[in-house]
Ligand binder design. Structure first.
Ligand code: ZN
Length: 489
């Protein structure tokens, strides 16, 4: 994907999608909507266009934003849209990276921001029931009083909504320990395109009664239904935490270190984040973040453990790192001694502002592949990029423990979007890698989708879409759908 390119936003506007009319929201539909939601529930004109359009999008083009407050309203709205063949794009916190929430003129955007109640927290069962519009950080903060956590955590925590986290199967920095959003959801309530409400609000960790329908909606990016409520699995609040920044001379050392630390920490490893020298150098340049280690090594990693006994765990953490140095996996390590140190280390990983500014025009990618193939892949992509743009910049970072790399590219002069993308995506095929590890497909990666999903898989996905949304009104043109004129896959 590429930032600050307003022409990109128009790609999806040009053709009508899947035969769904896109002539504008009809007056009859608008007046019917007024009978469903209150005045604050319907935004038009400037109230729509002045809102945050989301990452990599220039503005919200939708004719109207509808903001229901109950599942009954969502159901009535969708039943109407189904009747009128009205395209619907669901809006959450608008922090996604693949333009899955992009709208066109004539679209209706359905925002769940007013369905933002934490309905209950069950301490014995360690579950929370939340409405889809609850902001991730709001839930995280709310749970502190109970010594519980909702373990999903990512940079967008202050704006992303739990419904969106589910719809995109969000990942983040703690996946190595707790899994992705998919693993945190026990139950779901979703509204189908025709207005029917699927209530699957299971509370149990184990429930093997037939197909697990909630998983259909998780990661579907608003194409199969509108998630309105969730039953979430909570975990005990860890009472100890240890964080270190380490550096290594080769990727092979990093891969060995990951296994070593996971084994040595007895299940406490909760983050293992790679930063290559290019990324580390950008963020620790003079006047930016304080470098905990000199910037002369090819690879850096942030390692975090979460446990329950600070003294014991700190000793175990330090011992594991020392052993890593002894075994030649680490060149040097710095252990955070205070909350401030920890934040300082994490800021080097989470601050993306400098790289977006330095790497122009900026492209960001999110891919996955087996850890054992990462080194060769990184070399290949770098070579391909430099063949085309010798002055181009590239940096790798990511959740190595999950096989997930994020790639930042500043291609330089006369760059070509498709060629930059090809540098990153084409080599994935030989490793059985994925063009999206955690960001999803949206519009951004649709054309590269076949690299990661074979024809039979895509066929089943099309069948499910046809079954659940026969008119194709939900997020038309996103993920796998063919736009009119695009031809077969
Ligand atoms: Zn990530």
């Amino acid at each position: 994907m590429k930032a600050n390119d307003t022409t990109m936003g128009q790609l999806a506007d040009e053709a009508p999608l899947n035969g769904v009319a896109n002539a504008g929201v009809l007056p009859q539909l608008l007046s019917a909507l007024r009978g469903i939601v209150d005045e604050a529930g319907l935004l038009l004109g400037e109230d729509v266009s002045s809102r945050h359009p989301g990452v990599f999008m220039s503005r919200i083009e939708a004719d109207v934003i509808v903001r229901p407050t109950t599942v009954e309203q969502v159901s009535q709205i969708l039943a109407l849209c189904h009747e009128f063949a009205q395209p619907v794009v669901v809006h959450g916190g608008m922090s996604g990276w693949v333009r899955a929430t992009q709208t066109r003129r004539g679209d209706l955007a359905l925002s769940l921001e007013r369905m933002n109640r934490i309905e209950s927290v069950d301490l014995a069962n360690r579950t929370a029931v939340v409405q889809a519009g609850v902001v991730l950080e709001t839930l995280q903060d709310h749970l502190q009083q109970f010594d519980l956590i909702f373990p999903l955590d990512l940079g967008g925590r202050g704006s992303c909504q739990l419904g969106g986290n589910a719809a995109t199967n969000a990942g983040g920095v703690r996946v190595i320990r707790y899994g992705m959003m998919r693993e945190q959801v026990l139950g779901i309530e979703a509204v189908l395109a025709d207005g029917r409400v699927v209530s699957s609000m299971n509370q149990m960790i184990k429930n093997n009664t037939g197909y697990d329908l909630k998983q259909l909606f998780i990661g579907s990016e608003g194409t199969l239904g509108v998630i309105t409520r969730l039953v979430l699995r909570l975990r005990e609040q860890p009472s100890s935490s240890n964080t270190a920044m380490v550096c290594a001379s080769s990727f092979d050392q990093i891969a060995k270190l990951l296994r070593h630390m996971d084994g040595a920490l007895g299940g406490q490893l909760s983050a293992f984040e790679l930063l290559d020298n290019n990324f580390y150098s950008v963020n620790t340049a003079a006047g930016r973040h304080q470098p905990p280690l000199p910037s002369d090594k090819p690879f850096y990693a942030i390692i975090e453990s979460l446990g329950s006994d600070q003294q014991h765990d700190a000793e175990m953490f330090a011992r594991a790192l020392e052993k890593g140095i002894e075994l030649g996996m680490i060149e040097d390590a710095v252990i955070a001694q205070s909350e401030r140190d920890k934040q300082g280390i994490w800021d080097i990983r989470e601050d993306l502002e400098h790289i977006v500014r330095d790497f122009q025009p900026f492209y960001a990618f999110d891919i996955s592949l087996p850890v054992g193939d990462m080194e060769e892949y990184m070399r290949l992509v770098t070579e391909r990029l430099h063949e085309l743009w010798p002055e181009g910049s590239i940096a790798f970072l990511g959740h190595v423990g999950d096989g997930n790399l994020h790639i930042a590219i500043g291609a330089g002069q006369d760059e070509d979007r498709e060629q930059v993308e090809a540098c990153v995506y084409e080599p994935l095929a030989r490793y059985g890698g994925s063009v999206s590890a955690e960001h999803g497909i949206g519009l951004e990666k649709k054309r590269w989708f076949p690299i990661s999903r074979n024809p039979i898989e895509r066929d089943i996905m099309h069948s499910l879409k046809g079954l659940l949304d026969p008119q194709g009104i939900l997020n038309p043109g996103k993920v796998l759908e063919r736009a009119a004129g695009e031809g077969g896959e």
